[in-house]
Design a protein around this ligand. Structure first.
Ligand code: ADP
Ligand code: MG
Length: 314
């Protein structure tokens, strides 16, 4: 067995670009998607957590084309994050994204420059380092809520159940508002809106909302998960801009909403019935978030019809 050197690694290990092969503690692999690997690491000091999104090169693609595509994807995602981060100075801003810390679009060049040998497909690739968002995905939170509902929620008073349902509806409206701000203020269309790509970051002052259990930390045991509903309070943070584009077209915006609606329907059947009224139509949701929202929502009706026709044919 060869001992991995500082900048190259064995081929059966997940792609981890230099200089992150050297960091102590080593980056922790959090998620492995079709296109990218997501690690939790740190920036400058171990107390400053960061998310590393690494895009390995694809061995089946021509190296020059591959390098160009990978570079384009990483740069496009970084550009959009920087653009949306710049809105954070605006006090009326409702869209939050991770800050970009660093990036490299040609790890092969870096490896060569360091005089190291390239190994297999690990030679190329690109990465983006961004602020780590302490929080949980809306997907996680709604799943925990479902668990609570099944085990405990059915036995609570109607008033308590209504209060917990209101918390969900409030969360849904905040999601609609954040998407509206991204569309309008950011002129950005996400391209992959799902409940996994929407995070809730608990407020820093740790303020709790009328006894709903405080900040849950993602490590809750199954028992805890079922006996208490999750705290849904916090700031909405949108992530995963790998498929995002800069666009102000009604059609693109409507398709963005349609993708979210479909993803939501298949992932969260229990909350699906609230999606339209809260996320889309509410004055505190998408509809009220900017002036042109009603035109986009009208367009969404056409997009739905086309979607239905297509699923009837295909
Ligand atoms: N900045 C971040 N802070 C915390 N967790 C993150 C961050 N970015 C991504 N993640 C986590 O990693 C997962 C995968 O990242 P994502 O950008 O969505 O990549 P993919 O395109 O593979 O879905 C996310 O669902 C989320 O759980
Ligand atoms: Mg994702």
């Amino acid at each position: 067995m060869t001992v991995p050197t500082s900048t190259s690694q064995r081929e059966d290990e997940p792609f981890l670009p230099a200089p992150f092969t050297n960091t102590v503690p080593p980056p922790e692999l959090i998620a492995q998607g079709a296109e990218a690997l997501l690690y939790r690491t740190h920036f400058l000091t171990p107390s400053n957590p960061a998310a590393l999104k690494a895009r390995p090169s694809k061995p089946y693609r021509h190296p020059t084309l591959d390098a160009r595509l990978t570079k384009q994807r990483v740069l496009a995602e970084a550009r959009i994050l920087v653009k949306l981060s710049a809105l954070a100075g605006d006090p009326s801003n409702e869209v939050h994204v991770p800050a970009v810390l660093s990036l490299e679009w040609d790890t092969a060049r870096k490896v060569k420059a360091l005089g190291e040998e390239q190994r297999g497909s690990h030679g190329g690739g690109a990465w983006l380092l961004m602020e780590w968002i302490e929080g949980r995905s809306v997907k996680d939170l709604l799943r925990q809520w479902d668990g609570w509902y099944k085990n405990t929620g059915k036995n609570v008073t109607p008033e308590e159940l209504a209060r917990q349902e209101d918390e969900i509806k409030k969360l849904l409206r905040r999601i609609g508002k954040a998407v509206g701000a991204m569309h309008n203020k950011g002129s950005v269309v996400h391209g992959d809106l799902t409940s996994s790509n929407v995070l809730v970051r608990p407020f820093k002052d740790g303020h709790m909302q009328n006894g709903s259990g405080g900040i849950t930390d993602g490590e809750a045991t199954t028992h805890e998960e079922h006996s208490s509903p999750p705290d849904l309070d916090g700031e909405i943070v949108l992530i995963d801009f790998g498929l995002a584009t800069q666009s102000i077209q009604d059609e693109d915006r409507a398709v963005d909403l349609y993708v979210l609606e479909r993803a939501f329907g298949s992932t969260h059947p229990r909350q699906e019935g609230w999606f339209d009224a809260e996320v889309l139509q509410s004055q505190d949701g998408y509809r009220g978030s900017y002036k042109g929202a009603n035109v986009v929502l009208k367009r969404l009706e056409d997009v739905r019809l086309r979607g239905r026709k297509r699923s009837m044919i295909g």
